[in-house]
Design a protein around this ligand. Structure first.
Ligand code: ACO
Length: 390
């Protein structure tokens, strides 16, 4: 970073960069977002290569270890995940409380915060201990979401099943019924697609917390807080509401033009890094299409395609030069609805998938990163006197 000198010779930082746009804050081997080419690389693999082929468990392993697991390594991981699915009493009590009076993202944050309760050795900072914590979190975050959903809809608590995948078990614990294979596959593909994505706001949050040498549960709890906002992980619910309000293809143009004219944002469009269509939109569209072929519900998909086409056109006209295309959240909404999730569970589902990336970033940061401590540019007054105000 270039600096200027102040009168006393101390280094003066450059002016603040709004939203830290373009600022590189970490070196990572985990993922790369190429916003001009519309390419997402995860540990060397294009997202299109993994989604629909590798399971979420395999991709979590890939993020943590740098390579895909052998079949025996995968089997071992699946066994550990099944073993860790039982929540500690503190987390279960937190989720029970949350189901009575909190929204899903607040409940997730509250339940996950209690997951440090049964860490067998909180002072162990070895890579093995961190990896064990990462596995626990990837195993339990879905259980927090599923248990919350089950309880708030008035169902009896459903114990997790050891023989099911993460995607299969979360749907099972929510409903008490084993989900059909296409729904499980749809959710699994979604989790893979959102597992990691460069230095997004929630991952940055996790890395800042990790950089202070705080524990992994604190980092993931903070990341969930960052994910909640509608400019990050909170968009798919509103994106679905938008598509539903539009309702039919001919209403898309007047509806979207009116919204943008009134200064509203079209949810599921635009991205800080992608200047072309988000590659995850394509992956999720394909997954939604496969599922729609199974269920025969293609009408919603056709409407969404038209809304996408018109949205891109309206934004190109009304916001020229901004290059606003569809982002991951747009088809997330359709896919997760087909899977059977209600819109307010879309952001928690995002959190389930991103836990793989957050935990990997935590470990990478702890393994070699420095304290993240940027500066601010002071623009307030100076030399005020206490006595002048009295
Ligand atoms: N609809 C209408 N206008 C938009 C949109 C949108 N979806 N996105 C950006 N713009 C406009 C802004 O109004 C602004 O216009 P102006 O210069 O005339 O004021 C211009 O484009 C630039 O917007 P910024 O907010 O500076 O762009 P930034 O890179 O910070 O925003 C963001 C990225 C937050 C994703 C934005 O595109 C947005 O709000 N999208 C809608 C919400 C959404 O889909 N969020 C999910 C993102 S994906 C994810 O996080 C997983």
């Amino acid at each position: 970073m270039s600096t200027q000198s102040t009168a006393n010779g101390a280094a003066k930082p450059d002016a603040a960069k709004s939203g830290l746009e373009g600022v590189v804050v970490a070196r990572t081997e985990l993922s790369e977002v190429d916003g001009l080419q519309g390419r997402l690389t995860i540990r060397g693999y294009d997202v299109e290569e993994l989604a629909g082929r590798a399971s979420f468990e395999e991709v979590a392993y890939l993020l943590w270890h740098g390579e895909l697991p052998s079949s025996s390594e995968l089997e071992r991981l699946q066994g550990q995940i099944a073993e860790y699915r039982r929540l500690p009493d503190e987390a279960r009590a937190a989720v029970e409380l949350a189901a009575k009076r909190m929204g899903p993202m607040d409940a997730l944050r509250f339940g996950v915060a209690a997951l440090s309760a049964d860490d067998p050795n909180p002072d162990d900072e070895s890579p093995e201990a961190h990896l064990d914590r990462a596995i626990r979190l990837v195993a339990r975050v879905p259980v927090v979401v599923a248990t919350y959903q089950r309880l708030r809809t008035g169902g009896e608590l459903v114990e997790p099943r050891d023989d099911l995948s993460i995607a299969g078990n979360v749907l099972y614990q929510m409903t008490g019924k084993e989900a059909e294979a296409p729904e499980v596959k749809g959710l699994d593909t979604y989790l893979v697609t959102v597992a990691d994505h460069g230095m997004n706001a929630s991952t940055f949050t996790a890395r800042v917390i990790a950089s202070t040498a705080a524990d992994m549960v604190s980092a993931i709890t903070g990341a969930i807080g960052a994910l909640k906002g509608p400019l990050h992980g909170g968009a798919p619910g509103p994106a679905l509401t938008m598509i539903e309000e539009i309702g039919s293809p001919e209403r898309a143009e007047p509806w979207m033009r009116d919204a943008v004219t009134k200064g509203k944002r079209l949810m599921g469009f635009g991205h800080r890094v992608y200047k072309v269509r988000d590659p995850r939109a394509e992956v999720l569209y394909t997954a939604a299409e496969i599922l729609a072929d199974e269920t025969g519900e293609r009408e919603a998909l056709a409407l969404a395609q038209e809304v996408e086409r018109v949205g891109v056109q309206v934004l190109a006209e009304t916001k020229p030069g901004r290059n606003l295309s569809t982002n991951v959240e747009f088809y997330t909404a359709l896919l997760l609805r087909e899977v059977g999730l209600t819109p307010d569970l879309f952001s928690p589902a995002f959190g389930i998938g991103r836990t793989a990336g957050w935990t990997a970033h935590y470990m990478e940061q702890r393994a070699g990163g420095r304290l993240i401590r940027p500066q601010s540019e002071y623009i307030g007054p100076r030399d005020l006197r206490y006595s002048d105000q009295r």
